[in-house]
Design a protein around this ligand. Sequence first.
Ligand code: GLY
Length: 637
Amino acid sequence: MRRLYNAAVFFYPRFYDIVWTMNADELRQKFLDFFEKNGHTVVPSSSLIPDDPSVLLTTAGMQQFKPYYSELDPEKTIHPSLGKPIGKNVVSVQKSFRTSDIDEVGDDSHLTFFEMLGNFSFGGYFKKEAITFAFDFITKELRIPISFVTVFEGSHGVAKDEESRAIWKKLGVSDVREQGIEDVFWGPTGSAGPCGPTTEIYCENAAGGKAEIWNIVFNEFYFPGSREELLSGSSGKSLERLKTPGVDTGMGLERLAMIAQNKKNIFETDLFVPFFELLPSELPEREKRIIADHLRGAVFLIADGVRPLNKEAGYILRRLMRRALVYEYKYKISPEFFISIMGETISNYGKFYSQLVKESENIRIEFENERKKFRKLLPHGLIQINHHIALDQELLKKDSPNINKERALSGFQAGLFAFDLFQDSGFPTEVSKELFEQANYDLTRFEAGVLEKAKKHQEISRRGTEKKFGGHGLLLDTGELKAADENELKIVTRLHTATHMLQQALREVLGPDVHQAGSDITVERTRFDFTFQRKLTSEEIKQVEDLVNQKIKEDLPMQKKVLPKSEAEKTGALYFFKEKYPDPVNVYFIGKDLENAWSKEFCGGPHVMHTGEIGKFRIAKEEAVGAEVRRIRAVVE
Ligand code: GLY
């Protein structure tokens, strides 16, 4: 099938125009050969994890060459993978990853991972040569006509790019359009770096596929701040002349393949079709594209050493994998499909990126581990979101003074909720967003909600050496959970759920007069104070302990339901009289459903997902702390 596809003959709508298309492997090679022939050194792609600490992932071909424009001498510095200086003119095919468009993936043109074809010069050639190389490669090597080009209109103290316009005209490109700094001025990437005006090439094919395919940057300047600061014009920083002015170009391979292969969109090219052939045909197109993009990106990230984590590049990887896993679950796709997509990525790209083949076992293991982890959390996350949506629907119908109407269908509130859900169960916020979108939320302020909660979370985490965590930034029934790191957080979370279970067990063994009088959890133990008039017998202590351990053994789910306070009170859930609860409030319950739950409490979390995670529960001490208040210290082992 592949072979046939690569060798396919396409008939333009005008039947006499027959074209043999070039597959992506050929396009990469042609590009490298063309520039090598024209005096460029071929430099291998650098890792997706850049050396530059001010950027998370490699977003462009120029990333690995940044220092050559300002500090390093390309003719003297030994390049680590070539073992010799690279010289003034180089060419590369660079693995790149941009997160800025992650929410757009699924339409006709956006991707996270992509390959960037680029030629670069560090003080070698400039506008005339760069534009002529690009013109020759597109129109002569590939025989693709150029629709139009753009040049910089001038602003921020940089002159209009008359020179590029004149060069294009001379080459016979008559449609030269002017654009502003947002569109045709590159960089800097990260916190500072080279930057300059660009000229961009647009092409169109007979199938109706259109794209800006090549961005040619004239790095003339160095800006000592970020791109945002440059655009704002109010940072007080100004453009400086670059020590080594030069050229930096970027052409997305996927877009080029679309144009060259006469396709309407990038997903119809040979870079994606083999993936789609592996996916169940009944899957919606958008989901197919997201799965293909995300799994391809995940494979490349893992091969470069990224591991799924809750921060930085690890979080991006986790988002990619978990979003694909949500679809796997939702559409009941067999895990086999995903495994074969990963296999296809490795075999399709492994010829060019040998790292993928070397890392294939790690890729498989990481994916399996993440699937195992997430499949445990996934149903819980979906239930939570459905509860949130159902409650909003209720709120819309009702007319009670207790009800916070502002919350109903609010994207901002959904954003707050989505961040909590991510904290609680690693559920990617953009997957939540998608589910809210399907339920007709206005999500204009969704990101603002997520950010607000993330900020609060960060503040909480920053405080002192002991970081304080909470499902909702507020820890309602436990005083405060304190944890210095994720490991400790796991322990105090187990103790937290055990504390709910302890309260319920005490009420069953000693009677309903038992009420919480206070509590405190540290990484060593939970301390629970409750109303009761006498010392507990050792028999009673054993009964309480046994009951908690029995419920741990049953491995009951710990779940959360968000309810208007008035309704939450009616469920019989316990709450601590000293605490102020928000409205609506979280009711955490242990058992399959709220009505028949074994334990129910108002609470801010966090909690384990299943009681089995707690391990063994042991009461270490029982004593008096007041006339009618007892104190238990308990541990989990
Ligand atoms: N560095 C030029 C580009 O990525 O478009």
